[in-house]
Structures are given as structure tokens and as C-alpha cells.
Design a protein around this ligand. Structure first.
Ligand code: WTA
Length: 637
């Protein structure tokens, strides 16, 4: 297997980019040809951004797991596919070769079959970062069952919402998980969620912490017992279900500017081609590289760059169960040295947090194996970029700043490591096949360089979102209606004098807290669940480590016995309803909110006050009650 589509020079990048715009179908066909298909496509692309209705590789038949596993067996059966580093550095790490991973995926796919799973069923996965999580994901894909992975930090309520929306029939979880010095009771959380989820008839529970769990007769089974049944049946092989190119591969829930999280749908062929292509090119993957992406598989980054991208490329992917600061803030660097990692892909928030611990934790670490560094999830500030480049990359590793989204499936804008120029805090140039544009408020294209606007994409790429599960209209309204004929990202961007993009952040009501997307409406709904709360408004504010912090203005119904107690209760309520990641950092009690005469909350004013900018609040005379602004300014926390 060679990567004929790996771009190796700036000149080649420019030529290939041109080709990808002039003949997109020819361009993608050339890449798609290198994969393993049961049947090739009749048509490369059919698209319409009004529906939207987007189809890639129509008529083709495949299974993504044959591309991630089976096709590597001839050449690299004994090469590590997954290296797993446990939470506790004293525990044993695990290595799964391609042969072993193939075996285990087939075995667990048979477990799922024994438990009634078939093509098209929706399966919820709520697990710690252990190899069995990747095995569960791939086993679903093997059978054509649709996985919906839910991040282990979400609450029972959030899981229930997601399970109900997708009508999942089966849940795969573990008794518990380890994160730093904490034990997370995953099965207990699932039990709470399932009280509201009649569609679920089976729960498969992996043993990880062996903390006490309730196992409900007729519903809950142990992973290990089910494996034993397969072993006694004697035939671990599991032929892959032959899927249509546009069959759904997975659903992943993500936050938008309104209401509940939506289920982003990705399909088999386009997602496979794009994640592989972007992995090979952005990170300039070379045979023998060890690729360490520190994301959780509960997020899109883990789906695309721990599981599908690296494995479809026959790479070795490193999975880490723990957190960057435990047992100490040198843990990432220990993992890098232990396995001799060559590619490290992490989030700006992690870099900023580790920076804060000082260089003592970097001193004495070799880090000589590193070749390429990457970041994702939020804008990286220049200071963090330079720290990463100098102290981790020792000035010799290119840093790729990769911009993309759950909805895009893979990286759209990024420098290609060592091939196209890097620029601190800039995602730089689009990958060939990706056509970004900037538009103004009216949707008019902004031409030329040294400009800024709203970031849109004008032509489909293979792993573009197809729909939001169960509600196609929501997909249309959210991404394709703001600017007709364009995919709207929700991000603002600058384009510098050389055409490099710098993503400045969301222009909608979505926050990015430590690289996690959370809608302000979602947090407000959760705060409003607290009995004492009349109304609330949530905005983001700059936070040194998290990128953005959560600032909540809350109207309380009665006088507090103790303001701090009320704050704690509100925070606890949010943790219950959404999960700990959505806890407000600051809560200010107010008697009113700045509203227009039509009742719309003026978030612009609240944002400015939260940012500490109380001077230039703009025109407040159109407010229903301008005096409330004074009160809020004076009470800032
Ligand atoms: C932000 C994560 C600046 C952006 C893959 C986007 C970034 C949102 C970058 C998607 C980057 C992601 N520079 N901002 N390199 N990467 N973002 O869906 O606002 O969790 O819209 O996908 O993160 O977050 P999501």
C-alpha cells in the first residue's frame, strides 16, 4: 500500500490544489481508487446544497473495516495497530497488532450479532478510553450497525436525550473508568439514563475498574461472558457486511446554537476516503511513525484521527486512557518518550494548561522521537504555539494547526507538515479538494486578501455532513440556509495578505470551552431547571486556559439564604443535566437582563461586560430598561 496521493512539496500542493478545483471528481476518484471496494462507484458526486442532498461514490459497495483491518493483514499483520497507555503509568500498557485487532473486532461483532444486532441498528457506546472502545466502534461498523459514541463526561440526562433521539437498541459501556485519581461510575450513569429509554433492551458491560454495579437480569450482560460464548462456538470470523457508499456509518451528537444537540450523520465511503487522505497529508505520515492523538473517542477528533484515519492508512495509533496532568504535568512527555511517538496531535487548551505548570515538567524528557506536532479544536494563541514549537518540538518539528468540525468529518484547513508554510495561530491553507470562501453579513463573497468575514465552503468534500439524524430540515436550516448555495461553518475568519486563514472563533451562540463545543441555549436550559431560577443568559469570556469560560447571568426568584450556596446548587444542576464540562465558571445574580422592546436579550452587552469591557457598550437606549445595564456592570463577578 502506498499513498500515491501524498503531497510532498509546495509546488505539488499548488498544482494538486488547482486540479482539485478544476476537476474535483477526477481528483477524488484518483484517491478513492486506492481503497478496497466490493464494487466501484457509478458516479463520483451528485450534490445540491439547497436540500441539501449530497452523495459521494454512489453505487459503490464497501465495508470500512475491511479497509482499516483486513487489507493490512497481508503486509502488516504483526505491526501494532493500537498501542494503549493506561491511566496509571505503573499498569501494563497493551499492544494490539493488526492481526489481533482484526480478530477481536470480528469476535466482538459476533457478540453483537448474538445479541440481536443487525445492519442499521443504532448502538450507543459510553466507555472509557480503553482498546475495547475502538473494538466496539469497529465491530459496529463491521456489521453495518450505526454507532453513536457519547463522551464519558456527559450526564445521564444527556445520554438519555441522545439514546432517545437515535432510538438505540443496545448500549455498550463499562463498569467504570479511570481518569487521573478519579473513578468514574459509567454503568451507574447508564442505569440512570436508561430509566427513560425503553428502546434499549440490552447493555453489554466491560470490566475495567470492577467497582460495584447493578446488573439487571434479562437486560445487562458482561462483555467477558459474551466473548466466552463466542469462543465456545469456535468460529471467530465475521464477514463484513457489504455497505452502500451512502449508508450511515455513525451518528455523533454535537451542540448548535439552539436547543438540544443534534446528531451529525456521516456515511461510509466519503468519510473513509477523506479521513485517510487528510491523515496521510496533514501529518505527512510515514511508515513506522507512531501517531498519538490525545483526544477522546467521544469527540470527532478521536473518531477520525485515533480510529478511522490512522487505521485505514495502516498506521500505529496510540490511545491514552488518562489525563495530561496525572500523576503530574509531564505525563504526555513521558508517553512520548516511552513509545517514541513521532506525531503528537493535541488541543490548545492542553498546551496552555501544561505551559502553566512551567518547564520543570519538560526538562529531562528526551522528546527526540517527535517529528510532527498538531493542534485542533479551538484557535491557538501565539504564545501557546511558540511554547509548543520551541519546548516540545525543540524548534525542529512543524506544527500543523488543523481547522475542522464535527460536521466536516475531517481536516479542511491546515498547513501540511513541513510541506506548506506554517504561521503561528493560522490554520493557513485549505487542503486540496476544499474550497473555502469568506462572505459578509449579506452573503456576498469577500474577494482579495487582508480581509475578514464569515467562513463558508462552496463545494462539497467527501465527508461533509449528510443530515442531522431524524431531522433533515434542521441540517438545512443550520448549515445551508444562512447563505444559499454555501455550507456555513458558524466560524469567523481572517485571510491575511498571503491568503492564509486564521479562524477567529464562532460567530453564533456556540461556546468553545477547553475545545468542547457547548451551546449557550443548552446551558441556559440547564440552569433554568433549578427551582430558584427565573431566567438566565449565558455568554463566553476569554479564559487563560480554557480558551473560553462560561459566564452566567441569573435572575433568582427569592432572596438567597447564601449566594454561594445558590451558586453551588446551580452548578450542580448543570452538571446533572449536561455534564461537568458545562459548569459555569462565573455566576452573577441580577434583577433583570438587558432586553430589546421585543424581548430579545442583548447578548452583545452581556458579552462585553463579561469580558470586562464596561466602557463602550454601544447604544443602550433601545433597551426596555436601560438602568439594568448599570446594575449588571456594578455587580460583575
Ligand atoms: C473550532 C473539532 C480555530 C471552530 C474538530 C469549529 C478551531 C469548532 C480549530 C468545531 C482550529 C476547531 N482553529 N478554531 N484549528 N479547530 N476549531 O465540532 O470554532 O468539536 O467550528 O470539532 O472548533 O468543534 P468540533
Amino acid at each position: 500500500m502506498s499513498y500515491s496521493y501524498q503531497i510532498r512539496s509546495l509546488e505539488q500542493y499548488q498544482a494538486v490544489y488547482q486540479q482539485s478545483v478544476q476537476d474535483p471528481e477526477g481528483f477524488w476518484e484518483g484517491i478513492a481508487k486506492t481503497f478496497q471496494w466490493h464494487k466501484k462507484w457509478d458516479k463520483v458526486l451528485d450534490w445540491d446544497f439547497t436540500g441539501p442532498d449530497i452523495k459521494w461514490f454512489q453505487g459503490a459497495k464497501l465495508n470500512i473495516t475491511e479497509n482499516c483491518l483486513d487489507r493490512h493483514l497481508a503486509e502488516r499483520a504483526n505491526q501494532p495497530a493500537i498501542i494503549w497507555e493506561p491511566n496509571d503509568p505503573e499498569d501494563h500498557y497493551r499492544v494490539l497488532t493488526y492481526k489481533e485487532l482484526h480478530f477481536k473486532v470480528c469476535q466482538f461483532a459476533n457478540v453483537l450479532k448474538n445479541n440481536g444486532v443487525k445492519k442499521g441498528d443504532r448502538i450507543c457506546i459510553y466507555m472509557p478510553m480503553v482498546p475495547e472502545l475502538a473494538i466496539a466502534v469497529l465491530a459496529c461498523a463491521r456489521l453495518g450497525a450505526i454507532h453513536s459514541v457519547v463522551f464519558g463526561g456527559f450526564s445521564a440526562q444527556s445520554i438519555a436525550d441522545r439514546i432517545q433521539d437515535a432510538q438505540c437498541s443496545l448500549v455498550i459501556t463499562a463498569d467504570g473508568g479511570y481518569r487521573g485519581n478519579k473513578e468514574i461510575p459509567l454503568k451507574n450513569v447508564i442505569d440512570d439514563a436508561l430509566v427513560r429509554c425503553p428502546s434499549v433492551t440490552r447493555v453489554i458491560v466491560l470490566t475495567r475498574t470492577r467497582m460495584a454495579v447493578s446488573m439487571i437480569k434479562g437486560r445487562d450482560v458482561w462483555w467477558e461472558d459474551e466473548i466466552k460464548k463466542i469462543e465456545t462456538q469456535g468460529n471467530p470470523d465475521c464477514p463484513a457486511e457489504v455497505m452502500d457508499a451512502e449508508d450511515t456509518l455513525f451518528i455523533l451528537y454535537t451542540s448548535g446554537s439552539t436547543g438540544k444537540p443534534k446528531g451529525v450523520v456521516h456515511t461510509c465511503a466519503g468519510y473513509m476516503v477523506f479521513t485517510n487522505y487528510t491523515f496521510v497529508n496533514t501529518f505527512q505520515y510515514q511508515r513506522g511513525d507512531l501517531h498519538f492523538c490525545t483526544a477522546d473517542i467521544g469527540w470527532i477528533t478521536g473518531h477520525s484521527y485515533i480510529v478511522y484515519g490512522p487505521l485505514s492508512a495502516g498506521a500505529t495509533t496510540v490511545m491514552f486512557e488518562g489525563i495530561p496532568t496525572w500523576p503530574d504535568a509531564g505525563r504526555f512527555w513521558d508517553v512520548v518518550d516511552k513509545f517514541k511517538i513521532s506525531i503528537l496531535y493535541t488541543a490548545p487548551t492542553a498546551i496552555r494548561s501544561l505551559m502553566g505548570f512551567g518547564l520543570d515538567y519538560v526538562k529531562g524528557k528526551d522528546l527526540g522521537s517527535l517529528r510532527i506536532l498538531g493542534t485542533v479544536g479551538e484557535p491557538i494563541n501565539e504564545e501557546a504555539w511558540h511554547w509548543y514549537h520551541e519546548h516540545i518540538g525543540k524548534g525542529r518539528c512543524p506544527v500543523v494547526d488543523t481547522w475542522w468540525q464535527t460536521e466536516t468529518g475531517g481536516i479542511l484547513i491546515s498547513n501540511l507538515a513541513g510541506v506548506t508554510p506554517q504561521k503561528p495561530a493560522h490554520a493557513t491553507l485549505p487542503l486540496p479538494g476544499v474550497q473555502p470562501i469568506l462572505v459578509d453579513e449579506k452573503g456576498e463573497e469577500i474577494h482579495g486578501n487582508s480581509v475578514s468575514g464569515n467562513l463558508c465552503i462552496r463545494f462539497p468534500w467527501p465527508s461533509i455532513i449528510r443530515t442531522t439524524y431524524g431531522d433533515h430540515e434542521r441540517c438545512r436550516v443550520n448549515y445551508f440556509a444562512t447563505y444559499p448555495g454555501l455550507y456555513f461553518t458558524g466560524d469567523g475568519a481572517l485571510r491575511d495578505q498571503d491568503g492564509n486563514y486564521r479562524i477567529t472563533g464562532r460567530v453564533d451562540d456556540v461556546l468553545n470551552v477547553s475545545g468542547h463545543r457547548i451551546g449557550t441555549a443548552e446551558i441556559e436550559n440547564a440552569i433554568n431547571m433549578h427551582t430558584g431560577v427565573v431566567e438566565s443568559a449565558v455568554v463566553g469570556y476569554p479564559h487563560d486556559i480554557k480558551g473560553q469560560g462560561i459566564y452566567a447571568y441569573v435572575i433568582f426568584s427569592s432572596s438567597h439564604v447564601d449566594e454561594n450556596l445558590s451558586r453551588r446548587d446551580i452548578i450542580q444542576t448543570v452538571a446533572r443535566i449536561i455534564g461537568p464540562i458545562a459548569k459555569p465558571d462565573k455566576i452573577q445574580f441580577v434583577s433583570g437582563l438587558p432586553k430589546t422592546r421585543s424581548g430579545k436579550i442583548m447578548r452583545r452587552i452581556l458579552r462585553k461586560i463579561a469580558e470586562g469591557e464596561t466602557q463602550n457598550l454601544g447604544d443602550t437606549s433601545t433597551l426596555l430598561d436601560p438602568s439594568v445595564v448599570e446594575e449588571i456592570k456594578n455587580g460583575k463577578v
